[in-house]
Structures are given as C-alpha cells and as structure tokens.
Design a protein around this ligand. Sequence first.
Ligand code: C2E
Ligand code: MG
Ligand code: MG
Ligand code: MG
Length: 294
Amino acid sequence: SIKGSYTQRIAQYDKSLRDQIMEEQALSGEMVPALTQGQFEVYLQPQINYENGALIGAEALVRWNHPQRGLLPPSVFVPLFERNGFITALDKYVWEQCCRTLRRWLDDTNQYVPIAVSVNISRIDIYNPHLCDYLIALVDGYQLPHTMLKLEITESAYMQNPEHLMTVVQTLRDAGFLIEMDDFGSGYSSLNTLKDVPVDLLKLDLKFLSSGQNDARGGNILSSVIRMAHWLKIPVIAEGVETQDQADYLKSLGCLYMQGYYFDKPMPIDTFESLLVLRPIDRTNRYKITNLSG
Ligand code: C2E
Ligand code: MG
Ligand code: MG
Ligand code: MG
C-alpha cells in the first residue's frame, strides 16, 4: 500500500541518517589519533602545460589511510571536519608536509627540478585570525619563497562574507603568496567576486562548466569564462580534464594549463617525485603530447 511504502521509506531514511551519524561519530573519535599516527597522506596531482608537455605544478590533495576502511577520499571526512573544526589542524598538517617536500626538492636540485605546490585553504581557515601569520611563519621556517606554496581558496568561500575574504586575500597577497580561486564558476556570483577580489589564477572545474564541446551551452560558458579571464589578464587552469577531446578543445579556447585524470590521477608524494627527475622530453612523452609547436 501507499502508506506502507511511505512508512518503509521513512524507516529507511531514519536508518541511513542514523548510519551516517554513527559513522561520523566514529570518524570524529578517530581523527586526533589518526593525525598523530600519520594516517593522513598528502597526494599530489600534476598540472601541465598542454602546449609543450611541461610539468608546471601540483595540487596537494589529502587522503585518510584508514587502517580498517582503506583509503578514504576527502568527500568522506573534509565536510565533517569543517563542521567539527578539525579541518584547521588537518590543513596545517597538509601545508607542513608540502613545505617539507618543497624544501627537500630545493635542497637536491641535482636530482629534482622543483615546482610550486598548491594547497587547499578551507573556508573555515579563512576565519582563523592567525591564518596569514601562521602561513608566513611556516613558509619562512622552511626558508621557502612564498610563491612556492600556492593557496587555493574555493569560490564558495567568497560568497559567505565577501568583505572579510577581500581583506584576507589582500593580506596574503601583500605577504607574497599567490592566490588561486578554486572551483570558479560553481557559484552564482563569480563575476562579482572577480571584480572585487584580485587573484593570481582561476581554476575552472569542467564538472561545473562543461563536459566539452559536445555540450553547447556548457561550451559557451566555458569559452566566455576563458575569454573574460584573458581579457582581465588572469591565468586559467582547467581541472577535471578526462579526455584528449576535452584537452584539445580547451587548447583551442586558449586554455593551456590543465589538471585531470587524462594526464594523471593524484598520487603519493614519492611517486610524484619520480616525475621531477624525468628529463623534459620524457615528461612530454608521458603526457602523450604529439603536436608540439616549435
Ligand atoms: P578540489 O580542490 O577542487 O580538488 C579537485 C578534485 O578533483 C580532487 O578530488 C581531484 O582528485 C579531482 N579530480 C582531478 N582530476 C579529475 C578528473 O579528471 N576527473 C574527476 N572526476 N575528478 C578529478 P579529491 O581529491 O577527492 O578532493 C575533493 C575536494 O576535497 C577538493 O576539491 C577540496 O575541496 C577538498 N580537499 C582535498 N584535499 C584537501 C585539503 O588538504 N584541505 C582542504 N581544506 N580541502 C581539501
Ligand atoms: Mg583545490
Ligand atoms: Mg577545484
Ligand atoms: Mg572543490
């Protein structure tokens, strides 16, 4: 009966809600020891220049190497940690791992060709009054140029409190950090945000903007955003590039910087380091770039 299926659905809803609450309670109970035991692992995903196959950077993406549940993606724990406040501690850990890694590359330039690493700044971190001082002390502590640890702030953080965000971004840029606006185009005030907040790079996620040239409306938005960014002289990188068609289409629009599964998935730091020792030509071959100009 209708009533029967209704109450059944309510019961299922209650159950899945209860499961979710119990799972979150379990993860909350485990997060502090997990941090001290080194269960959080920083993965790096290559960013490339599609015109010449050069490796231009990497994004740091955290995973939880859980002893029972396996490798957990951030979607399982980052939203929870943003609610219970633990994201502040986790992000500091990720940033520090990146600084140590950058230091190691810079100390061994016979082996590595160092590149900058982008880290994610949670919208919660934006409200930490010590954020800027903390980042300066961290990066100075490892004697790194401030431009080597690039800071990704998601567009949604801009909407919560644009005034506050403007001040934070200004302070960070004055300190010499490069600011990247993550997930640009996912929100509804993108154009306003750009007008008010100066950033050094826009990250366009194909997931939000388009699946490629086959999607006419998405394609129009994508090409408009890229043209606008060029007009404003802000560099753009596309993320979520999964196919050669998408890469070729982005290139035809003048967007040459890309990140996505088509090139590489996020990988452990030591795997990533094997890319830094490759000669440029070997890297180019790795990224299957055949139509090199010049
Ligand atoms: P994000 O910063 O926008 O990162 C890009 C996401 O897209 C990553 O998911 C990446 O693995 C995924 N991705 C890259 N290329 C492709 C592709 O070709 N296809 C598809 N379908 N996906 C692709 P991931 O690693 O699961 O991270 C998800 C989100 O979690 C991140 O989105 C970021 O908002 C957050 N996050 C990850 N690491 C951290 C961290 O250390 N701190 C904070 N605060 N947030 C983090
Ligand atoms: Mg990001
Ligand atoms: Mg993104
Ligand atoms: Mg995101």
